[in-house]
Write a protein that binds this ligand. Structure first.
Ligand SMILES: *Cc1c(COP(=O)(O)O)cnc(C)c1O
Length: 466
């Protein structure tokens, strides 16, 4: 049973309480949990209940599992409150926000080396998931239109990706009925690198997804090598297969830290790129971006019009109404930091990641899978012969007792017998905090190594898909 469902069953008849300290004499202090209360309560009382309940959530600062931003400065907070009422779709009511959205994605097109940034087209979204769906849909629609024009079947589209893709791509395939063709990650080919592509591509392939910053390890997939493989394939077979880059994290890291890595619109084959504004774009949750290198790559048939200052404005997001505030916050960060500011922030995350991975790699029980030199994310595993008494799930539980959320999870498919632990270094994990974390990892290992019998097996979780 799902956790929510079991919570509902267990607590069905248990009311939500307000501490009598916060309610007025005579006011109810019990509220039904799963039905609307009969009448209103004082705003102070309702506030206190929500505030107290939300406090039970984890401490975001110590959550090293998520990629998503959990801290912005006080000017952002002020802007957020000032703009909480803005609806992104209402371009007529909020033309200034609409113009800022366009500025933001044009800046990204420029950052990602679009041949002519002002010829690119893009949009904000709720996150990389929505952005990726749009990228996938454009690939599918272009393939369909080409096939229909040639009177060929459009029954069986497929898309190629590594077996280590983020769950949003499995969703895309499921929701939009595209066959997912996975190239398995193996010990020899830990990322999609062009190897095995020729075996899975055919005339029904709508595109290849390349990941800049694989969720499991933080590694970049070599987009230029993938593109070169596809060039050779085209020369051999005539099939012209485009690439969508899932740069959820890496598209906001590589331009600053690895400017010489060629992964973006410098490659003709890269039609579209998505990123999460709320990851290394340094904005609160609820913001993604997708950009196509030029307008011709986004099929007209996917574009709708909304009225905008009496005229029409194109829209092609999956959601209709959504918050405009995050877009303003992204613009704030662009202005506030500029290129050099972003570089400095991402560099300090990388320095912390490399410091942590270096120290962890030196600890006797562990070996590193990555060092955090692509995106500032790294993973490690337990050496096969280290111990029979504990595994990485126990380490994760130990760290949890000390307040840290550091997930342990199995690698995908044919590496699924390997469990790894992963740390995402985000803005806010300072060198100082990292030192505390290292101390806690050392203390946890000392405790676990001191066990003289196997530790009880904790529940296995794989809640890493953030
Ligand atoms: C986080 C992530 C996603 C999903 O992004 P959201 O912004 O959370 O929707 C997709 N792909 C990769 C590689 C990611 O890291």
């Amino acid at each position: 049973m799902h956790r929510e469902a079991s919570e509902r069953k267990r607590y069905e008849d248990v009311p939500v309480n307000a501490n009598p300290l916060f309610s007025r004499p005579g006011e109810a202090t019990d509220f039904p949990r799963y039905s609307l209360p009969d009448g209103p309560s004082l705003p102070e009382t309702a506030y206190q209940i929500v505030h107290d309940q939300a406090m039970l959530d984890g401490n975001a600062r110590l959550n090293l599992a998520t990629f998503v931003g959990t801290w912005m400065d006080q000017h952002s907070d002020k802007l957020y409150i000032e703009s909480a009422d803005k609806n992104m779709i209402d371009k007529d009511e909020y033309p200034a926000t609409a113009a800022i959205e366009t500025r933001c994605w044009t800046m990204l097109a420029d950052l990602w080396n679009a041949p002519v940034a002002t010829d690119a087209i893009g949009t904000s979204t709720i996150g990389s998931s929505e952005a990726g769906m749009l990228g996938g849909l454009a690939l599918k629609r272009r393939w369909q239109e080409r096939r229909r024009a040639a009177s060929e079947s459009t029954e069986k589209p497929n898309i190629i990706m590594s077996s280590a893709v983020q769950v949003c791509w499995e969703k895309f395939c499921n929701y939009f009925e595209v066959e997912a063709r996975y190239v398995p990650v193996t010990a020899e080919h830990p990322v999609l690198d062009g190897h095995g592509l020729a075996d899975v591509i055919d005339e029904n392939t709508i595109g290849v997804v390349a990941i800049m910053g694989v969720t499991y390890t933080g590694a970049y997939e070599p987009v230029a090598e993938i593109a070169a493989t596809l060039d050779r394939l085209q020369a051999d077979t005539g099939l012209d297969i485009p690439i969508h880059v899932d740069g959820a994290s890496g598209a906001m890291v590589a331009p600053f830290l690895q400017p010489d890595v060629v992964w973006d619109f410098r490659l003709d084959r890269v039609h579209s790129i998505n990123t999460s504004g709320h990851k290394y774009g340094l904005v609160y949750p609820g913001l993604g971006w997708i950009i196509w290198r030029d307008r011709s790559l986004l099929p007209e048939s996917l574009i709708f019009s909304v009225s905008y200052l009496g005229g029409d404005m194109p829209t092609f997001a999956l959601n209709f109404s959504r918050p405009g505030a995050q877009v303003l916050l992204q613009y704030y960060q662009f202005l506030r930091l500029g290129f050099e500011g972003f570089r400095a922030v991402q560099q300090s995350c990388q320095d912390v990641a490399v410091y942590l991975s270096g120290a962890i790699g030196e600890m006797a029980p562990f070996e590193l899978l990555s060092e955090g030199r692509d995106i500032p994310v790294f993973a490690w595993r337990l050496k096969a012969d280290h111990t029979e008494n504990w595994d990485l799930h126990h380490l994760s539980s130990q760290l949890r007792e000390r307040g840290w959320l550091v997930p342990a999870y199995p690698l995908p498919d044919n590496l699924a017998d390997q469990t790894v632990v992963r740390i995402v270094v985000r803005n806010g994990l300072s060198h100082d905090l990292a030192t505390h974390l290292l101390d806690d990892i050392k203390a946890s290992v000392a405790y676990l190594d001191g066990l003289d019998a196997p530790a009880p097996t904790p529940a296995i979780t794989d809640s890493f898909h953030h």
